[in-house]
Design a protein around this ligand. Structure first.
Ligand SMILES: [Zn+2]
Length: 287
């Protein structure tokens, strides 16, 4: 069922596990993630970036597809459709389109402006029962053309934003979007612990979940991370499985060119990746 991310994340924070946000790109992605969540009885958050929303022909198409799929596949676990790194305008557009959760990324604004805009969105989301994620301290790597350096957020600024009444907070702790470089310094657990202490019960969000070692993920969860975003890892798994299918010449055998056959190994690869993450995050059986 389509729900906001509020209850699932509060439960995760209290239960010391994390819910995965898996970004979607099309029907295959969405189906693979929803089926895995249902099979494992795990709550799940479907992440949609502005670029992916555009690719899927608009936020309303995304909402229609997800709602239809929840019904058509008989999905009973809690599912949130969440805007990932939204601009102020996109956040409003997603609220309008029927998303159950949004992230307003005001991290590039001066803190005063981030606070002002976040405050306005808190009021709107509260009214409609939607969950709202805010961000302090930019997260490294590239997301839809925006490149950050992987800074650490200021715990006092985190507290200022958390106190506005948002649902969950993304704070930079040295994490990066995309693949991690070989010389990556790792997550700053000192920063995470300091933020956690300041914000209390507020669920924290770890972006850039691809390639963070399992023991760092577990430590982050123990320090208050309740939502972990995974995007690149599903893309790599899908691409590798599709490449293998074509390189083995399977598209040239019989009706192997049928898109439903051609894309099937990629779908299975996404399912396997999502399963592995849900097991690591501890969300299996929590729906
Ligand atoms: Zn992110």
């Amino acid at each position: 069922m389509l729900v906001s991310a509020k209850e699932m994340l509060q439960k995760a924070k209290a239960g010391h596990y994390a819910v995965g946000q898996f970004n979607i790109n099309n029907l295959e992605w969405t189906k693979a993630i929803l089926l895995t969540a249902e099979e494992l009885k795990s709550p799940v958050i479907l992440g949609v970036s502005e670029g992916a929303g555009k690719y899927m022909c608009g936020f309303k198409t995304v909402v229609g597809m997800v709602k239809g799929m929840i019904e058509g596949l008989g999905i009973t676990v809690p599912v949130a459709i969440h805007l990932d790194h939204g601009s102020y305008e996109a956040t409003k557009a997603c609220i309008e389109a029927g998303f159950s959760s949004v992230m307003f990324d005001g991290s590039h604004y001066p803190i005063e402006e981030n606070i002002e805009k976040t405050k306005e969105l808190v009021a709107i989301c509260d009214d409609l029962g939607l969950s709202l994620e805010a961000e302090v301290g930019s997260i490294g790597g590239e997301e839809d053309g925006v490149v950050g350096m992987g800074e650490c957020a200021d715990p006092d600024e985190c507290k200022m934003i958390a106190d506005l009444g948002i649902t969950m907070l993304a704070a930079g702790i040295g994490n990066i979007h995309g693949k991690y470089p070989a010389n990556w310094a790792g997550l700053s657990f000192e920063t995470l612990a300091a933020i956690s202490e300041k914000v209390g019960d507020m669920p924290l969000v770890l972006h850039g979940g691809t390639g963070i070692p399992a023991e760092m993920i577990q430590k982050a969860i123990s320090l208050g991370v309740s939502k972990i975003n995974v995007n690149t890892e599903c893309q790599l798994a899908f691409a590798a499985a599709t490449r293998k299918y074509v390189e083995e010449g399977k598209d040239l055998v019989g009706k192997g060119f049928d898109p439903r056959k051609l894309l099937a190994p990629g779908v299975e690869a996404i399912k396997a990746t999502v399963k592995e993450k849900m097991e690591l995050f501890g969300s299996v059986g929590k729906a």
